[in-house]
Design a protein around this ligand. Structure first.
Ligand code: SF4
Length: 181
């Protein structure tokens, strides 16, 4: 876990800094999904496909209300994927977005992270909001992208070290349960 995480988003709980969105995707999780690409990433994985998402001051700030309205417009959307960048850098705002959407429709939520599940759990505190976001995530795709483990046939992930984790059950039992797509 990086010691010097940027804290630049914490001043406004209703605004998310994003690199962009994909309004209909079938490659970022099961079914037709809306994808939010958050802006800002501390991991700098060699070979990253989205290097433009690393800069914490790039991208744009959007209100989560506007994002919610955009997601709700499309009745075909079954789930929402939060990708990056590093979504856990803005865990509290991402969690609020998920909370609000859950109150409207039973979407499922998949969150990508360069952190490992165990590290997020052990570093969780009230200030960073990691645990709330983990509790609200159905599938967590964890781990950095490792270029030497890249495999185009590995569904929904960039490299074979990344794990699709059933987040709630793993938190409840303390044992990581992998999700089968
Ligand atoms: S965690 Fe994702 S966005 Fe960040 S450097 Fe790694 S592959 Fe790129």
């Amino acid at each position: 876990m990086e010691e010097n995480q940027k804290q630049c988003y914490k001043c406004n709980d209703d605004m998310l800094r994003i690199a962009g969105v994909q309004r209909e995707s079938i490659v970022d999780g099961p079914g037709i999904r809306y994808v939010v690409f958050t802006q800002g990433c501390p991991h700098h994985c060699p070979g990253c496909h989205n290097p433009e998402t690393h800069d914490y001051s790039a991208g744009k700030l959007v209100s989560i209300k506007d994002l919610e309205n955009d997601i709700k417009k499309n009745p075909l959307i079954r789930g929402v994927t939060i990708s990056g960048g590093e979504p856990f850098e803005q865990a509290k705002v991402v969690n609020k977005l998920i909370d609000d959407l859950k109150s409207e429709k039973p979407y499922d939520f998949m969150v990508y992270t360069g952190y490992k599940f165990e590290n997020l759990v052990s570093n969780a505190n009230e200030q960073n909001g990691y645990l709330d976001l983990l509790n609200n995530t159905d599938i967590l795709m964890d781990g950095r992208f490792v270029e030497s483990l890249k495999n185009e046939n590995t569904i929904f992930r960039g490299s074979t070290n990344q794990r699709a984790i059933e987040c709630k059950e793993s938190l409840e039992t303390g044992n990581i349960k992998l999700h089968e797509f």
